[in-house]
Design a protein around this ligand. Structure first.
Ligand SMILES: Nc1ncnc2c1ncn2[C@@H]1O[C@H](COP(=O)(O)OP(=O)(O)OP(=O)(O)O)[C@@H](O)[C@H]1O
Ligand SMILES: [Mg+2]
Length: 258
């Protein structure tokens, strides 16, 4: 079940440094939302607040609220580990557990959750690898190490690992930045398929990618180095790319800036 995310007046800090200020946005279920904006404007920082990964850094904290349907992720008593299970994440660099086999990589989260049944794990492996578009390439080498795959295959393995625990939201921080154009298109096709089941947020520096895969686009910017990043505008992707409201958005997407 994909879920809606409602962010209200979110400020994000590293100690005293306010990295992101005043973000209010709604992310629709079963859709792809792209975050774009210049380096350092806080896209990754904000993304990590959506599954409580931000606070693993000492001194890091937030003000404001993030709702997942009707659950406040930052309410007292909410278990951040449970939140991260519901809101999965894929990182910029593919990071499979290098010595673990392909199949153990896929089921790492499930086994951590206490699933031991071999048949259940085997089914989850196949289903997740099929979901990530990797099954045909690895079905005969499931016991080989994950590190033995190409970069694009490793990224799809990480996606399989993320979807194996059946999250409701999938956060992806520049998932294609280390990949060649063919692997990039494979991941983009995959994202389009995954949105039938998940709420997807993707950070990207690739404007074509944002316009190809996303339904909504959010443009972030910062006034100057050391100032907090802000959400400038968010709208249908077509509108952001063809007819944005803010001049800063137009300058950025047309390459005049950033
Ligand atoms: N662990 C950290 N401790 C302190 N400050 C940090 C930390 N991580 C990021 N920052 C700062 O927070 C601000 C936002 O960084 P962030 O990584 O979110 O930007 P970004 O938009 O994702 O950039 P890029 O496009 O380069 O990935 C920057 O000023 C950055 O230096
Ligand atoms: Mg980043």
């Amino acid at each position: 079940m994909a879920k809606r995310i409602d962010v209200k007046d979110l400020n994000v800090y590293y100690g005293d440094f306010k990295a992101v200020e005043g973000v209010t946005m709604t992310i629709e279920p079963r859709s792809v939302t792209a975050f774009i904006g210049p380096s350092g404007c806080g896209k990754s920082t904000f993304l990590r607040t959506l599954n409580r990964m931000h606070e693993v850094i000492p001194g890091a904290h937030v003000e404001g609220s993030v709702m997942l349907d009707d659950q406040d992720l930052y309410a007292s008593g909410v278990d951040p580990v449970g939140v991260r299970r519901t809101v999965g994440m894929v990182f910029q660099r593919p990071n499979p557990f290098p010595t673990m086999s392909i199949k153990d990589n896929v089921t790492a989260g499930l086994r951590l959750n206490g699933v031991k049944d071999k048949k259940q794990l085997a089914e989850a492996t196949e289903e997740s690898l099929k979901g990530a578009g990797l099954w045909d390439e690895v079905k005969d080498r499931l016991d080989k190490p994950g590190a033995g795959l190409s970069g694009g295959q490793q990224q799809r393995l990480c996606i399989a690992r993320a979807i194996a625990v059946q999250p409701q939201v999938l956060l992806m921080d520049e998932p294609c930045s280390a990949l060649d154009p063919i692997s990039t298109l494979t991941i983009e096709d995959l994202i389009t398929k995954l949105k039938d089941d998940f709420t997807i947020v993707i950070v990207t520096h690739n404007m074509q990618q944002a316009s190809r895969v996303s339904d909504k686009t959010a443009f972030f910017n910062l006034a100057a180095t050391g100032k907090p990043g802000k959400l400038i505008e968010m709208d249908d992707t077509q509108t952001i790319f063809n007819n944005p409201t803010e001049k800063a958005t137009e300058d950025y997407i047309s390459g005049r800036f950033g």
